[in-house]
Design a protein around this ligand. Sequence first.
Ligand SMILES: Nc1nc(=O)c2c([nH]1)NC[C@@H]1CN(c3ccc(C(=O)N[C@@H](CCC(=O)O)C(=O)O)cc3)CN21
Ligand SMILES: CC(C)C(=O)C(=O)O
Ligand SMILES: [Mg+2]
Length: 292
Amino acid sequence: MTQHSPAQAPAKPERPGLYGGKSSRRVTVRDLAAAKRRGERWPMLTAYDAMTAAVFDEAGIPVLLVGDSMGNTALGYDSTVPVTLEQVTMLSAAVVRGTRRAMVVADLPFGSFQEGPRQALRSATHLVKEAGVGAVKLEGGERSADQIRLLVESGIPVMAHVGLTPQSVHAFGGHPVQGRGDEAAAQLLRDAKAVQDAGAFAVVLELVTAELAAEVTRGLAIPTVGIGAGPECDAQVLVWTDMAGMTDWPGGRSPRFVKQYGQLRAALGDAAKAFADDVVGGAYPAEEHSFH
Ligand SMILES: Nc1nc(=O)c2c([nH]1)NC[C@@H]1CN(c3ccc(C(=O)N[C@@H](CCC(=O)O)C(=O)O)cc3)CN21
Ligand SMILES: CC(C)C(=O)C(=O)O
Ligand SMILES: [Mg+2]
């Protein structure tokens, strides 16, 4: 079949942007700023080990967060509060080793930055030098602005985190939606502006109404990363075990913002049972798994 098109349209790269980009160099804060200017949305996932991080890196996820949610997921605590800087450092080093392209961001855990800017710099420096992360994240808006400013001045990119900040679960008395009511909305807007002014390169908005998150996203020059913050954020993050259907939620009910894109808990349980049945029944190992 002959086709009489005057000229072959130049082959359009399938995904020109951050997600699925082909370059093997690490994603940088400049790439994220450029994506906001292009109006391009991007995904972020947590990771806590090298093998899982490699899967997400190969899938083209541009930013991986070694979240202090490791407390709930990897370490078996019922909150993020007990997580230590050494735990985040060890798992961050594994995630960096497992990845080639993703920017790896490490959470500063509870107690590692609240004393002030100098403590924050000591903790963040430890993560950069010992684990090799490209950026750190810390919770708090106006209350954390001095910490953010010193880290950024010292050359460490900072992702901020406002709205629901789980390290304050005891102060919040749970995980309530943030920014409801005029006073709370005004405070959240001040927090978002404060972290941008302090030099943060992005800000997580956690459990914020979709309307307020949209307003914050329009009002900031830096990208917003939503979790339970509606569809208008520049980026979206989920805890990977929630995203993949691995998390065992207390009472079996997941938070409203979670969408499961897989059934890993069932799949892994089925694999373990099939292995166990084969061992008990003598079907494994078979001849082809044996040496002579
Ligand atoms: N596995 C996991 N996923 C997370 O998203 C996560 C963690 N762990 N650990 C740290 C925090 C805790 N997070 C949570 C935990 C519970 C709700 C929750 O139950 N929210 C209610 C809304 C409550 C309200 O209506 O005020 C919901 O239904 O979403 C939200 C965030 C988010 N973070
Ligand atoms: C959910 C994200 C934003 C987080 O802080 C974590 O995983 O610890
Ligand atoms: Mg966290």
